[in-house]
Each structure stands twice: as C-alpha cells, then as structure tokens.
Write a protein that binds this ligand. Structure first.
Ligand code: TYD
Ligand code: MG
Length: 451
C-alpha cells in the first residue's frame, strides 16, 4: 500500500500547506484551501529516463520546419505559424464559448492527419451530432470518451496519432491520486502525464480548460507554467464573434489574435476583420468614427460610437465599452481644458463596436472625433480614418506602425486618413490613393475636420 499523505492546496495558485489556512499566503485569496490526498509514489515517479545525456545545441534539429500547418489560418497565426510537434497547448475559455467546436472543427478539417479526440464531457453520439453540423470529414479522426490519463496515454501510444485533443483537462483523473477530478493535484498530475507523453512521443497535445468567473483557468496557475502555449477563446455570448488570443507562446508572438464567427455550421474564420467591425451605414449619423487599432501585428479598422447628451444628474456619467474608462476621462479633460469644449456637464458614452476591447492608444483620435461629432451633431465622413494618441497638453502623439495602418485603410477603400504628424517622418506616401492629413495639435485637428 502506498503511503497516503494529505495536504491542503490553494485551488487558485496551487500553494500547499500542512494545515488549513483561511488566506493563501501566496496569492492572497480567501477560503481557497482544500484538503487533497497525494500518494508518495506518484510524486517520486522519475520524469526522465536514467539514460539522460546532454547534446550540443547546434546538433539539435529545429522543429520549425516541421510545424503542421492546419486549414484554420487563424489558429495557425495564434500558434505562431502552425502546430509544433510535441507541444502542449492549453485552450481556455468560459463554458459555452465554443472551445469544443473549435477543436473538433480543427480535427475533422485536417486531411491525411490522424487525430485522437478525447472527450470526458460528451458521449460519442453527442460528438457525432456536433461533427455533423460542421463541414469537413477526416476519415482518420478517432473519438474516445475516456477520463483516466493512464488509459489515454496507453491508447495514444498504440494509435500513434499526429494530434491529441483533450476535452477537458478538468474531467481527467490520474488513478494514483485520490482527489476528485478538477482539483489542483489531479490537474497538475494529469497535465504532467500528458506533458511527458507529448515530449517523449513528439506528438502535440491540445488541452481544453474551463475558465472561472474571474477569468483565470480553473485550477491552479501552475497549469500555465507547465504548458508551452496558452490560448484564450473569448467573446460575448450574445455576439457571434469570437477571438482566439495568445496569452503565452514558447514558439511565437503573444500579441496575435484570431477572429471567428460562430455560425450554425461551426466557426467561420474571419480573414478581414475590419469588414465585420464596421457597420454598413446608409445615412450619415453623428457620433461615429473609424479608427485603426493594432492587434498583434495586424491593423484592424474599428468603429467607435459616442453619445454626448446633457447630464440629468449632478455628476455626469462616463461609460466606456471596450475601451479604458480612465483613459476616456483623461481625453474628456484634455478636450475641456486644452480645447475649450464644455463637456463637464455632459454624459458621455463610448462604445467600440463588435464587442472588441482595444488597449491601443492609437485610437484616441478616433474616440475624440466620435465624441466631438456627437457633441456638435456633425456627422464625420464614413470614408475617413482617425489615428493618433492624444497627449495631456492637447498634442497628437506618434503611433507605432503608421505605414501598415495607412496601407490597410487605403486597401479597404478609405479616402482620407488623419494621422499624427510625427509618425509620418521617413514614409513615402505619394503613391497611395488615400489622402494623408498630418495633424499635430487638437485645435488644428478640430478646425481641419469640423471647420
Ligand atoms: P461548445 O463548443 O460546446 O462550447 P464549450 O466547449 O466552450 O463549452 O459551443 C457551444 C455553443 O456553440 C452552443 O451554444 C451552440 C453553439 N454552436 C453553434 O452556434 N454552431 C455550431 O455549429 C456548433 C457546433 C455550436
Ligand atoms: Mg465543451
């Protein structure tokens, strides 16, 4: 009989303690300690065989050339160019957002690749039902509803697929651990079993993980340290657009996003996001401006809507959706103090259309234009783009990747771009069919646009 030890583990960060604690000394969360059983044996399992030896770095074969490029270009992009053999990828997201759909779709749209899809959440017939809604038929997509990691590893070693998908890590169970599935020690052990499998066999493994209400992957943070790549699938449940974001990537950039639209027949890749983010307008309305924001290396054209109306209560309301509320307050203060607009007695509402959240300060000028357009009730041209960061003294500061943003706007048929002067130095813009208006101060910008 293996000796059974019990420890108290913080369900948030994985901190272990010999006795129960009210507050976790590591992450500061309250009431997160749960007693869990660990057996001595499982802890002492060697991770590497005893014949471990070191090899010179230059003799190591780079796996870059062996990346498997899937049909899903958005997925390829967030992974840094395709699936790296032997990598362990975690896909997190709220329940119902579409993680299972995303992975099943990727699995059945592959051709000539053997995929093993393990589901601990749905039965075979339920998976079949879902697969029937999605187009694509991979004759080598194998389904299994197993939850024991030892059995999964055994099965995968026999089947030798080129990709393993686990739906979800919270349902897996290592038989040597007494704790319930989804607990810290189970998640940790199961992930380490799968990591060992992925590295030893050089087979990529995708883990699906649920996210708790506060946005962290349920179970410990420790999971994020163990895997090579962490992707987050997010979006508004009431909106059909979904964003796949890289949180951590050992094999690529972490600033990439992939955009999908959830349809009745699965997820559709959105290769030109600007089209979906900008609504088609038949008539000119005030309070709408188009701006260009960088997400990863891609410039996205986004629509900002603003509504300025007289405040009914003493303290005016300021609400920002998809944009930092503190930054909105700052922009309003600049407009008030440096440009003389009387916004202190107005309610201001700002919304980034399409359910996106933008942190790029380059859209400041777009936000300011939408606010002023609503305030003066003057519609802006729907063929104009506004890009620039607004500084505290009312200056328009330079932004990164000006050339890409201008090219993108020009490619999509926009006729004018208002952009900070200082970001244009060294650019040759003569040949482009778009008119570039360089602006350096808010007052100059205002008289140029609103006359
Ligand atoms: P699902 O992949 O089960 O979410 P998760 O695994 O993240 O919990 O997706 C569930 C939602 O997706 C569900 O509300 C139905 C919807 N859906 C579609 O709209 N179209 C489809 O083709 C499929 C398969 C699902
Ligand atoms: Mg699911």
């Amino acid at each position: 009989m293996a000796k059974i030890n019990t420890v108290y583990l913080c369900q948030n960060c994985g901190h272990s303690a010999a006795k129960w604690l009210g507050k976790c000394p590591s992450c500061g969360q309250w009431n997160t300690f749960v007693e869990e059983y660990v057996t001595k044996e499982s802890k002492s399992k060697p991770l590497l065989p005893s014949s471990t030896k070191a090899i010179p770095l230059k003799e190591v074969v780079s796996s870059e050339t062996q990346r498997y490029v899937t049909k899903d270009h958005e997925l390829n992009r967030v992974l840094g160019g395709g699936i790296v053999p032997g990598s362990l990828v975690l896909i997190g997201g709220e329940p119902g957002i579409g993680k299972s759909t995303l992975m099943l779709q990727a699995a059945i749209q592959m051709t000539g690749v053997k995929v093993l899809y393990i589901s601990g959440e749905e039965s075979e017939s339920q998976i079949k039902l879902r697969a029937e809604r999605i187009s694509g038929e991979n004759p080598e997509c194998y389904i299994c509803t197993e939850v024991k990691t030892q059995a999964i590893v055994h099965l995968a070693k026999e089947l030798r697929p080129s990709l393993v998908v686990i739906d979800s890590i919270q349902t897996l169970r290592n038989e040597y651990i007494e704790s319930a599935p989804g607990s810290v020690s189970q998640i940790r052990e199961c992930t380490s079993d799968l990591m060992r499998f992925a590295k030893d066999e050089n087979i990529p493994v995708f883990l699906i993980g649920h996210i708790t209400k506060d946005g962290s992957i349920a179970g410990p943070k420790i999971l994020e340290h163990m895997v090579d790549t962490v992707l987050q699938f997010e979006g508004d449940r009431h909106n059909t657009y979904r964003i796949l974001r890289t949180i951590k990537n050992r094999f690529g950039s972490t600033s990439e996003i992939g955009i999908y639209e959830m349809q009745g027949t699965g997820l559709r890749q959105v290769s030109n996001p600007s089209e979906i983010l900008i609504s088609q307008r038949d008539e000119q309305v005030s309070g709408i401006s188009i701006s260009s924001a960088l997400e990863g290396l891609r410039p996205l054209l986004i629509e900002t809507q603003a509504l300025v109306s007289s405040a009914v209560y003493g303290t005016p309301q300021r609400t920002a959706n998809g944009y930092d509320g503190k930054r909105l307050n700052m922009l309003l203060a600049v407009l008030e103090k440096k440009c003389g607009f009387r916004l202190a007695v107005q309610d201001v509402f700002v919304n980034i259309a399409g359910g996106l959240r933008i942190d790029d300060p380059g859209i400041d000028l777009g936000i300011v234009s939408a606010i002023l357009s609503s305030y003066h009730d003057i519609p802006l041209s729907d063929k104009a783009v506004f890009v620039g960061e607004v500084g505290l003294s009312g200056e328009i500061r330079s932004i990164s990747r000006a050339e890409q943003r201008i090219n993108e706007a020009s490619k999509l048929g926009y006729e004018d771009i208002y952009i900070s002067k200082s970001s244009l130095s060294g650019l040759n813009l003569k040949k482009l069919p778009i008119r570039v208006h360089a602006v350096s101060r808010m007052d100059e910008f205002f008289s140029l646009v609103f006359g």
